[in-house]
Design a protein around this ligand. Structure first.
Ligand code: NDP
Length: 244
């Protein structure tokens, strides 16, 4: 009897095109690596080109596949439109959008918040995600199973003193995502929110400088939740997933 040839197992995101914002470090970098391991072709954005190149090197080493790197500042809204155009020309669709990039701004009383910080945090955490929806919606609809995942925070729903603009921005992001979810409900596109919970990253260290990072979970430990929401089989829409 001829020996059975073992077929390599099908990966959960095989053949899917996934755009991840804020992929240069922290949660976005971990999601990028995991999505690539799960068979996706990842398109990675952030401002720090060198850090994106390092993630690309790791992905090549682990999977043999290259990522597409798009260094950009998300407050350059025209660049987001151009990215949509470029993805259309190259792939004619987008299967997964992960709106992960975020900015904490500065913690402090509302009355002491610097107007520039207010505008910058709103631009990155809210307006850029709306511009991504605006630019990527036709591409997500062109996929047989478009998925959008937006990364939020507990403070979106908790009036915690001194977390002003960050909390305000995440509340606005949540409503933006939920409205989008309602708008696409009758299409194959699914849109959900993911709250990572306390995770060992630069942003967490900025918010809690006295905390021992070793007491926090690593970004790699929550990437499975992103895969669940990115899969073709995901039927959730307009839900908030807490990664604990
Ligand atoms: P990091 O600070 O480690 O990473 C933030 C990412 O956003 C970086 O890749 C950064 O890249 C990118 N980014 C920031 N500003 C811009 C910009 N103007 N243009 C393009 N990219 C930008 O944070 P985390 O990984 O912790 O955060 C990821 C998400 O998780 C955020 O939305 C955050 O609010 C959320 N979150 C995190 C929690 C935690 O405990 N860590 C808890 C709850 C929510 P670059 O600087 O290279 O541009």
């Amino acid at each position: 009897m001829p020996a059975k040839v073992k077929k390599p197992g099908k990966k959960r995101l095989d053949g899917r095109i996934a755009l991840v914002t804020g992929a240069s470090r922290g949660i976005g970098a971990a999601v990028a690596r995991r999505f690539a391991e799960e068979g996706a072709h990842v398109v990675l954005t952030a401002r720090t080109a060198g850090a994106l190149e390092e993630i690309d090197d790791e992905i090549r080493e682990n999977t043999g596949q290259a990522a597409t790197l798009v260094p950009l500042d998300l407050t350059d809204f025209d660049a987001i439109d151009n990215l949509g155009q470029a993805l259309y020309e190259r792939f004619q669709r987008l299967d997964v959008l992960v709106g992960n990039a975020g900015l904490l701004g500065a913690l402090g009383p509302l009355g002491h918040t610097d107007p520039e910080t207010w505008d910058q945090v709103l631009a990155v955490n809210v307006t850029a995600n709306w511009r991504l929806i605006r630019s990527m919606d036709p591409l997500l609809r062109a996929s047989d199973s478009g998925r959008a995942i937006f990364v939020t925070s507990t403070v979106a729903r908790e009036a915690r003193p001194y977390w002003g603009i960050y909390a305000v921005s995440k509340a606005a992001l949540e409503m933006t995502a939920l409205i989008y979810a309602a708008e696409v409900a009758k299409t194959p596109v699914r849109v959900n929110l993911l709250n990572p919970g306390p995770t060992r990253t630069a942003m967490r260290a900025q918010a809690f400088p006295g905390e021992d990072p070793e007491t926090l979970k690593a970004p790699e430990s929550i990437t499975g939740h992103f895969v669940d929401l990115a899969e073709k089989s995901c039927s959730k829409n307009g839900e908030l997933i807490f990664a604990g």
